[in-house]
Design a binder for this molecule. Structure first.
Ligand SMILES: *Cc1c(COP(=O)(O)O)cnc(C)c1O
Length: 362
């Protein structure tokens, strides 16, 4: 077969290891997974109740317009329904955007390291990829601007960034947006938006009104705790949404996802509590790092990247054998670090205890 040549160089996304696989391999009773930035507190009870009292038939296709969820989101975000696009996770929106704008004669600019799916999709479309190294874990916006050329169609900005957790303050983002030519789409991935507590974070939804070439991506997979149901959304000027819609599959957001997300929006108390508990959990990690003189990036997310100054795979292995799944920094571009999702207080205590043992033994 004559596969697209670029496909041959790609491997499928390597997700955090599954709990069952690790249980079996190491014959462990209990596994704690702190690898994929999932919410350790699950989802809102209102989402659960909505799912349990589901009335929609599984024989019927989902609502392709996601009418109910769209109305809810529009009212919650104070935007028009035509300013929204729904995705099967924000991963799906990254794919739709790439499909709509990238091709072998187009270039695309992104940070490095950042979320892997921007590059992955750009490679599939055969686009020219310009990766701009992070500086201190942050986007180097000036160098990203300098990398824009006549062929550039999409610029990816991840704030807070995965895997460093660092965000872009308003006084850096706005001047950047002012300088990006208006025919280039800027994708602002805010998968961790609800976790942010920094005062100088921008109001991205407002910015979509000022910058007609900006699309904001958010998700129900992280703080809302609905990763399994795959719901993400994009907010942008109606002209952008209209142009992207034909590249979206007709029934990309499933019925249960629509139902659960609609209910989850109503429970902002849950979101607030998770955000607060996350900050408390992060304090446990910060204290540990200070105590052991480990370098880390202060984070606005529910994960932390810690540098152990040894092969990250080694730390990963040590934890895995003792029942904790985290991400090695190696495939994420930080070879001597690990990325840990902030868990419940007990989970954090547990993983930090094992990490202390690791440090004692090494
Ligand atoms: C987790 C994550 C996503 C993907 O989220 P889904 O909505 O589950 O597809 C997108 N971007 C970043 C930066 C993420 O960390």
């Amino acid at each position: 077969m004559r596969w697209k040549e670029q496909l041959l160089s790609l491997t499928p996304y390597q997700p955090g290891k599954s709990i069952e696989a690790v249980k079996k391999q190491f014959n462990l009773e209990k596994i704690v997974k702190l690898a994929s930035n999932e919410n350790p507190f699950g989802c809102s009870e209102s989402a659960q109740t909505a799912l349990q009292s589901n009335q929609t038939s599984f024989a019927i296709y989902p609502d392709g317009y996601a009418t109910n969820l769209r109305e809810k989101l529009a009212s919650f975000l104070q935007v028009e329904e035509q300013e929204l696009i729904l995705g099967n996770g924000s991963d799906n929106l990254i794919q739709i955007i790439s499909r709509a704008l990238l091709h072998p004669n187009a270039s695309t600019v992104m940070a490095d390291p950042t979320f892997s799916q921007y590059k992955h999709n750009a490679v599939i479309e055969g686009a020219i990829i310009k990766e701009i190294p992070l500086v201190n874990g942050e986007h180097d916006l000036d160098s990203m601007l300098a990398a824009i050329d006549d062929q550039t169609n999409v610029v990816w900005v991840c704030s807070p960034n995965n895997p460093t957790g660092k965000y872009i303050p308003e006084n850096k983002l706005v001047p950047f947006l002012e300088k990006v030519p208006s025919h280039i789409l800027v994708v602002l991935d805010e998968a961790y938006y609800e976790y942010v507590v920094a005062d100088d974070y921008y109001d991205s939804i407002k910015l979509t009104r000022k910058f007609n070439n900006l699309i904001v991506l958010r998700t129900f997979s992280k703080i809302y705790g609905l990763a399994a149901l795959r719901i993400g959304y994009g907010v942008a000027n109606p002209a952008i949404i209209k142009a992207l819609e034909p590249a979206r599959e007709p029934f990309n957001v499933n019925s249960l996802g629509q139902l659960a997300a609609s209910a989850a929006i109503d429970d902002q108390q849950f979101v607030k509590e998770c955000r607060e508990k996350n900050r408390q959990g992060l304090a446990q990690f910060y204290e540990f790092c200070e105590q052991h003189h480990l370098e880390y990036y202060p984070t606005q997310t529910n994960f932390i990247l810690i540098d152990f100054k040894v092969d990250g795979d080694k730390v990963f292995q040590y934890l895995q054998e003792r029942g904790y799944i985290v991400r090695s920094g190696k495939p994420l571009g930080f070879p001597t670090s690990i990325r840990i999702t902030v868990g419940s207080r007990e989970q954090n205590e547990g993983v930090l205890k094992v990490l202390s043992e690791f440090l004692g033994a090494n």
